[in-house]
Design a protein around this ligand. Structure first.
Ligand code: B12
Length: 412
């Protein structure tokens, strides 16, 4: 039996698509996000002319930053954002494929070599004994294999072997997001008949990943948590299984996802971009041979302006940092409806508290708190006290009155 999503109201999909429209106008290198393009192309909605201009901007940026300044060692690129990471380059390749383009030509070959080079570096970082970690993450490692695969580019058995080994032996560290991404990569390899020597192992790994994802289903129906469910469903929809277990699990997850959509849980553009294909019964594996002619409804710019609220009510949020000496704890007054980022900014303004962020495709990622930068394999985790990790980043999470948020330095 297959994994199917319940039918989704097209109005709901349009509403989600509309939230991506403002992003289609942000063309600065820092804001460009290939995942948004991929999500739209695999959805049932389109932004018409804006889409092709967006793809054009992606091409200019990725070619310039990865190929352009290679010859100049003068180091005067300081105003330019950091080079795209392995995962970002992989997403860019998916974006090209979403437009039914194969990467080609001299420049294309160089981008493919770079991505393969990234994977070789990561393979070395993981090491012979599989003891160490990739510099980025296994999520990006899977994403890179997937991107090369949909472009019909093969990678060595030894590269695939590292991902297989992780799935076979490191289940404890395997989050649902990472599992789903590995599953998408394996499914692409399998459908393309790549790495035939690893065929049996890949088939077995697909079963293991599926078992992992199914067992991670929560009582409400989510695979892992609400935000890993879109990718998990996307991947599960490519698979089939004897009996009714898969169909039932997917139906329940789909229903939970739709209910949370009604409650407005998806605001982050990247999260929406992973969700849209799922709602359209598509997955990244479909980029092996995408249907670029499929009709899609054109999104109308939402002109509705938000009603102006009167003097906003003030709420208090307690901010707590115990990973430093002396510990910090302060109650911060902010207008109701503020994001956690607003709280951090206000705390910084009031004094004693400092933090730094780095842009990412998901929004601002906190890299440093009270001057303490994270080391390798560490991150600043956000929790609702006593111990509930937040499911959103600082730009999206809106704390309630009286809530206490802890920032904790942890390793992962
Ligand atoms: Co995380 N993370 N993560 N994460 N992470 C995911 C993005 C996801 C979807 C997982 C989930 O819940 N299902 C959620 C976001 C949901 C949402 O926004 N609605 C999530 C969350 C909630 C967090 C935390 C906020 C958890 C917490 O503290 N309670 C923290 C971030 C706190 C902070 O700002 N300091 C967090 C931390 C991490 C670690 C474990 C540190 C790693 C990142 C470090 C590393 O890779 N070296 C991590 C990963 C790997 C992921 C994962 C699996 C892959 C991200 C990725 O590589 N994308 C995603 C899963 C997914 O996307 N479905 C979850 C591909 C590359 C190409 O995109 O933007 O360049 P990128 O990647 C960077 C950012 O994504 C950033 O790290 C990546 C590497 O530099 N990042 C960010 C990772 N997580 C998050 C979360 C937020 C909110 C932001 C702004 C940035």
């Amino acid at each position: 039996e297959h994994c199917q999503m319940p039918e989704v109201d097209s109005k709901l999909v349009e509403m989600l698509g509309q939230r991506l429209l403002p992003w289609m106008e942000q063309l600065s290198p820092e804001q460009l996000n290939p995942s948004i393009y991929v999500g739209l192309r695999l959805s049932s909605v389109q932004a018409a002319a804006k889409e092709s201009f967006y793809l054009h901007s992606l091409k200019v940026h990725y070619q310039h930053s990865l190929l352009g300044s290679a010859s100049s060692d003068s180091g005067d690129d300081s105003d330019f954002p950091a080079k795209p990471s392995m995962g970002q380059l992989a997403l860019y390749l998916l974006a090209l494929r979403a437009n039914c383009e194969f990467i080609r030509g001299h420049k294309g070959d160089r981008l493919v070599s770079q991505l393969k080079g990234f994977l070789e570096d990561e393979k070395r970082a993981i090491g012979e004994g599989h003891k160490e970690h990739p510099n980025t993450s296994y999520y990006q490692y899977g994403l890179a294999i997937l991107a090369l695969c949909v472009h019909q580019k093969r990678v060595h058995n030894s590269v695939v072997g590292k991902l297989l080994h992780m799935v076979e032996h490191d289940q404890a560290h395997l989050s649902v997001d990472t599992a789903a991404m590995a599953g998408l990569a394996f499914t692409c390899l399998k459908r393309s008949n790549f790495n035939p020597e690893k065929k049996e192992q890949v088939t077995q790994a697909i079963r293991m990943v599926r078992e992992k994802v199914l067992r991670a289903q929560t009582p409400e129906g989510f695979f892992g948590n609400i935000y890993s469910t879109p990718l998990a469903l996307q991947w599960l929809m490519t698979s089939s299984m004897h009996g009714r277990r898969l169909g039932t699990a997917c139906h329940k997850a789909g229903a939970a996802l739709l209910a949370s959509l009604q409650e407005g849980a998806f605001e982050n553009a990247l999260m929406i971009s992973q969700l849209l294909p799922t709602l359209n019964h598509k997955s990244y594996v479909d980029l092996i041979s995408p249907d670029c002619q499929a009709p899609r409804a054109t999104l109308e710019q939402d002109t509705e302006t938000l009603p102006q609220t009167q003097v906003p009510e003030v709420i208090r949020v307690t901010l707590k940092v115990s990973s430093i000496e002396p510990p910090y704890q302060e109650s911060i007054p902010v207008p109701a409806g503020s994001s956690l980022e607003d709280v951090l900014k206000k705390a910084q303004k009031l004094g004693r508290f400092t933090y730094e962020t780095q842009v990412s495709l998901l929004g601002p990622y906190v890299t440093s708190v009270m001057g303490k930068r994270t080391q390798e394999q560490e991150f600043w985790q956000f929790l609702q006290v006593p111990d509930t990790p937040l499911l959103q980043g600082i730009a999206d999470y809106r704390p309630k009155n009286g809530e206490t948020i802890e920032l904790r330095l942890v390793s992962w």
